[in-house]
Design a protein. Structure first.
Length: 232
């Protein structure tokens, strides 16, 4: 037993000595890279709707339904697909009138009905024409106009690839300045991939009935953190 104990102790000692005299851990270079891709939008998201008011709630609703039917006809005419239309709000609420002398209780004087749709329009060249037609149909709520791209995932992936290439380029410069060469990649982590940000440039793409539209460009941005080995 003592023999085997001595063998184990000797093996442990030799292992420690090998560890102490082993090569030092490789030097590392840690950098961040950024990639940016821009693209002209090919679709727009718009919030549209109708608000009506009448003495009776049923009358306000009937008027709203007629206006919404006219709005739907416009969407059909501009080939807005059913999958690109989504109801985003429907409200019915009373309007009160308080007595001028401040006494007594408030009375309901009318009812308001509001119906909203969020639509996607995929023909940017006719966007100004669509907006004019929507207003002409009786829609009195129009807002939340934003531009996007159907291939947003591909654009973000391209930004990510550019971010990694940017990180490698910077790391190579640092390695050369330090008198070494760039080694293998040790780790990669994404610092963030931003959703499209509008860039305020580009020409007017449509103008009808005083509805000018400037689509500009969308910017897709990605950031990565990369660690490389530095070979001496």
């Amino acid at each position: 037993m003592r023999f085997w104990a001595l063998c184990l102790a000797l093996a442990a000692t030799l292992s420690c000595q090998a560890s102490d005299t082993g090569a030092p851990p490789p030097a590392m270079i840690s950098v961040s890279g950024e990639g940016v891709v821009t693209a002209v939008p090919d679709m727009a998201s718009i919030s549209v709707g109708v608000t009506t008011q009448a003495r009776e709630a049923t009358d306000a609703l009937a008027a709203n339904n007629r206006a919404m039917a006219a709005l739907v006809e416009v969407l059909n005419r501009f080939s807005v697909a059913e999958t690109d239309r989504q109801s985003s709000g429907f409200n019915v609420y009373p309007r009160y009138d308080r007595p001028s002398d401040g006494r007594g209780t408030s009375e309901i004087t009318s009812y308001v009905v509001s119906n909203q749709l969020t639509i996607r329009h995929r023909d940017i060249d006719r966007l100004g024409e669509l907006l004019a037609a929507v207003v002409a149909s009786g829609s009195n709520q129009l807002g939340s106009l934003s531009f996007g791209n159907t291939d947003a995932t591909e654009l973000l992936d391209k930004a990510r690839s550019r971010a990694v290439a940017n990180a490698r380029h910077k790391a190579s410069l640092y390695a050369e300045a330090a008198g070494g060469t760039l080694g293998r990649v040790v780790s990669i982590s994404e610092g963030g991939a931003a959703p499209p940000q509008p860039l305020m440039r580009g020409a007017m793409v449509a103008e009808m009935a005083a509805v000018p539209v400037a689509a500009g460009e969308n910017e897709y941005r990605a950031v990565v953190n990369v660690v490389f080995e530095l070979a001496q």
